[in-house]
Design a binder for this molecule. Structure first.
Ligand code: 2P0
Length: 352
């Protein structure tokens, strides 16, 4: 082959998603196949996103490199990153085999540079945006024709929740039943524009690294919790159907109740694990009480909380309730903690 100095490059951003029906439990740990389906809301990229540039060149030194927030990462020790890159290369190679005029990018070393516009350690689903951006950037670099749903199968192998960050709005990750994972993929349930007055705010209770990493925590729950099987087999499937109906009907009280119950149910299976796993703390529980107080005072459901594998709260509400919801949170927590992050009050309408 002739010497080719060209550097091929593509940049992209991917959003953070926050699940309202939680993914917790794997039926296959190497392919990241979940025990139950899940559903998330994509947050505005103005506040939370990963920006990733992927490039490749025949002139790059031999092996692939990845830099996260300025720090070089060891790709070879990350089976998940290797799985994503190998899947993307296979798709590129298929294109090159079908059209010999295409440059052989699949044979070139990759250089991937990724940055979050929020603290990585803040427990804000950085792996979801990170792997979604990595997959999208390399897919763009390779000019792959695959749809976001097709690419979600690849991002899922990086981090389960990453498959839900390849599209905006309301996104379902269908658990699937096949052993090879081919039917375990993300689908858009509704675009963000379907419910333009939906808002989310993040209450940063702690920016410290979580106690028990998600992968380890979910393995412990699946193996030891006596509540878990009911959640995975009965409770979550019923909630998936109900919350999709609530989203289609823009029924906030129904959406909110299902969201809060699913968060509580997920944390109940954590507490029911052996040894027990605690992600919420006293401040988290104060936020739960405050949301129930706000809803009681309003005599209707105007706010919903949800918690992931950490103590931070995400609060959903509609724009018309922002005075009573965001206003009350700022009033009560604003002075007492420095955890309130105003800029995270998102307009989902602006999600691209
Ligand atoms: C979710 N979480 O649905 C749930 C709710 C945390 C609680 O997805 O092992 O980082 O990489 O597949 O995606 C966090 O788990 O786990 C998560 P892996 P991931 O958002």
């Amino acid at each position: 082959a002739q010497n080719n100095n060209t550097v091929y490059r593509a940049s992209t951003t991917a959003p953070v998603n926050i699940a309202v029906i939680k993914y917790w439990g794997k039926r296959d740990a190497s392919l990241n196949l979940p025990t139950n389906s899940s559903l998330s809301v994509t947050l505005s990229q103005k506040s939370l996103r990963t920006l990733t540039t992927a490039s490749c060149s025949e002139t790059y030194p031999t092996s692939d490199t990845l830099t996260l927030n300025g720090k070089p990462q060891d790709i070879q020790s990350s089976k998940r990153t290797l799985a994503c890159l190998s899947n993307l290369r296979d798709l590129r190679r298929a294109l090159e085999n079908a059209d010999s005029s295409l440059p052989k990018l699949s044979a070139y070393p990759l250089r991937i540079v990724s940055e979050n516009n929020f603290p990585t350690a803040a427990g804000l689903a950085s792996s979801a945006a990170g792997f979604a951006a990595l997959v999208r950037a390399v897919a763009d670099l390779y000019e792959l024709p695959q749809s976001p749903t097709d690419l979600s199968r690849i991002a899922r192998q990086g981090s389960g929740s990453a498959c839900r960050s390849l599209m905006g709005g309301y996104v379902a990750w269908r658990a699937g039943t096949k052993a090879d994972g081919s039917d375990s993929l993300a689908e858009e349930v509704a675009p963000a524009s379907h419910w333009p007055n939906m808002r989310a705010m993040v209450l940063v209770v702690s920016a410290e690294k979580k106690d028990v990493p998600s992968t380890e925590g979910m393995q412990t729950t699946v193996a030891t919790s006596s509540l878990f099987a009911t959640r995975a087999e009965l409770t979550v499937p019923a909630r998936m159907t109900a919350i999709e109906t609530a989203i289609h009907n823009r029924d906030f009280p129904a959406f909110a109740e299902i969201t809060m119950r699913d968060s509580n149910g997920f944390h109940a299976t954590c507490l029911d694990s052996w040894p027990p796993i605690f992600y919420m703390n006293d401040v988290s529980r104060a936020a739960v009480r405050l949301v129930h107080d706000i809803n009681r005072a309003a005599a209707k459901t105007v706010a919903a909380y949800t918690f992931d594998a950490g103590p931070n709260a995400v609060i959903y509400y509609l724009d018309e309730a922002s005075d009573v919801v965001a206003g009350t949170f700022k009033e009560i927590l604003g002075e007492k903690t420095d955890g309130w992050e105003g800029p995270f009050a998102d307009r989902l309408k602006n999600v691209s």
